[in-house]
Design a binder for this molecule. Structure first.
Ligand code: NAD
Length: 293
């Protein structure tokens, strides 16, 4: 079992750290919020992020955004300087590809970007998917630790490749969800039942995860958020964050992603109208409202 420092005990980080404790690891935790510090029974409370990193074989951050990650690792009293030279450093936050590469390069040792998908439920159940970028040696050492928190662990390439995979996947998800919502709304205008559209599209070329697992209308997929008034799930505000990161990456690389740009516009509008805490499939309501009478 390993000594692990874990920093950032929010909605995702706290259950992830609990799963590390459950797997028998010795975990030292730190969060700026005292309330968050109390969320991980069985872990020892560090007085600072640097203290959590000191003496650990693996050091993990799960923080809101790139600026927090940069500051925690590289700022004054930063964790990169405090960690042992042979420790594996991991950032599981969702941040922009450029910041992930910058932090990994400045840390100058085994450093992995390892963002997740699966949400709070996946974090609690230990079934997250980890998309990992960074050195093969770091990945080989970290994989068993990640498996205590997730079911699928994929090495995507060099530094930043994990964040790149996350940005591409979530842009695709947003586009496919909007497309699925538009198909149901068009079916409504045509007098075609939700059930008939689902029955056909789920078995033909329109088939996708947004339809078959996360269906945005109630009925065809009983577990989807549409059946519980679009309670998340995956909140639309987080989708706006991820689409923003994808557009930032597109801008940085000169990639044209017209549908990704449009998806960001539509999700921003949904969030500005008060939908931020609604599941992202709830955008079907806004698409219905766009219809002329
Ligand atoms: P959160 O806001 O609930 O938690 C972030 C925690 O970090 C807070 O407890 C905060 O006090 C702490 N923190 C901030 N700066 C700190 C610092 N310098 N030192 C120590 N602690 C600090 O966020 P979350 O929902 O847990 O998400 C964390 C990351 O995971 C984000 O990057 C998010 O995009 C990503 N993510 C979230 C979900 C989800 O469903 N919530 C799913 C996939 C990925």
């Amino acid at each position: 079992m390993a000594r692990i420092g874990f920093v950032g005990l929010g909605n995702m980080g706290a259950p992830m750290a609990r799963n590390l404790v459950k797997a028998g690891h010795e975990v030292a935790v730190f969060d700026l919020s005292a309330e968050a510090m109390a969320r991980v029974d069985g872990a020892s409370a560090a007085a600072s992020a640097a203290e959590a990193a000191t003496g650990a074989e693996f050091v993990i951050t799960m923080l809101p955004a790139g600026k927090h990650v940069r500051e925690a690792w590289l700022g004054a009293g930063g964790m990169a300087a405090a960690a042992a030279p042979d420790a594996v450093l991991l950032d599981c936050s969702t941040i922009d590809v450029a910041a992930a590469r910058e932090v990994a390069s400045a840390a100058g040792r085994l450093f992995l970007d390892a963002p997740v998908s699966g949400g709070v439920m996946g974090a609690e159940a230990g079934t997250l998917t980890f998309m990992v970028g960074g050195q093969a040696e770091g990945f080989a050492r970290a994989e068993p630790v990640l498996r205590a928190m997730g079911r699928t662990v994929v090495h995507c390439g060099d530094a930043g490749a994990g964040q790149a995979a996350k940005a591409c996947n979530n842009m695709l998800l947003a586009i496919s969800m909007i497309g699925t919502c538009e198909a149901f709304v068009l079916a409504e205008r045509l007098g075609l039942s939700h059930e008939a559209l689902f029955e056909v599209a789920s078995k033909s070329s329109g088939q996708c995860w947004s339809l078959t697992t996360y269906c945005p209308v109630p009925g065809p997929v009983p577990g989807s958020p549409a059946n519980r008034d679009y309670r998340p799930g995956f909140a639309a505000a987080l989708m706006v964050k991820d689409l923003g990161l994808a557009q930032q990456a597109a801008g940085d690389t000169g990639a044209a992603t017209p549908m990704g740009a449009r998806a960001l516009e539509l999700y921003r509008r949904f969030v500005e109208a008060g939908g931020g805490e609604t599941d992202f499939s709830g955008i079907i309501r806004m698409i219905r409202d766009l219809q002329p009478p």
